[in-house]
Design a protein around this ligand. Sequence first.
Ligand code: HEM
Ligand code: HEM
Length: 138
Amino acid sequence: MLRLNYRFTHIAAYLTILHGVIYGIYKYFFQLETEYGIRPHPSQEIWQSVHILLSPLLIFAFGLLWQNHIVRMYENAIIKRKTGITLVIFMLLMIFSGYLVQVVYAVDLQKYSAYLHIAVSAVFVLAYLIHHLQGRRR
Ligand code: HEM
Ligand code: HEM
């Protein structure tokens, strides 16, 4: 059962990383210069919607792992502990900062919450890759 949850978590995590990165690329690197000034690329809003609609899958995976993986491993694991704890902390910060982008309207505050979200997500991605690729318990 736990293996199935791991598989679901991997799918949700790598999907979130993928659409998060694509959304970021469209938002920051593919802006268009028009006669009305700089405008977002038309595909940006599609990737924004995909990101907002599908990221909750990863939050669901986090909930799914909470009791039988996170709490249990926190108490017992001798490997993957540091990256696991990092994942928990940065997951919470990533969810908080992502939704902060959407609920603050002051332009400066929104900009800083976006930078926070991107920085936190970068650490999460790194920790997730290490957590995934580190050796398994036999
Ligand atoms: C639990 C995981 C995540 C959740 C719930 C989440 C949620 C959100 C939300 C709600 C926004 C605001 C959308 C908007 O109004 O523009 C956002 C923005 C963004 N997210 Fe995420 N996100 C998650 C993970 C990630 C990851 C892993 C990455 C990259 C690897 C990422 C990259 C971005 C980028 C680049 C933005 C645009 C920030 C900006 O406004 O400039 N997110 N995210
Ligand atoms: C205190 C926190 C954590 C600890 C101590 C921990 C520890 C571990 C350990 C020991 C394993 C290997 C289990 C085995 O192969 O039998 C593992 C695997 C795994 N962990 Fe964690 N973990 C933590 C948090 C997390 C979090 C927050 C996530 C997801 C967001 C996560 C996702 C995974 C996944 C998907 C695997 C399977 C990797 C594979 O495919 O081999 N873990 N973890």
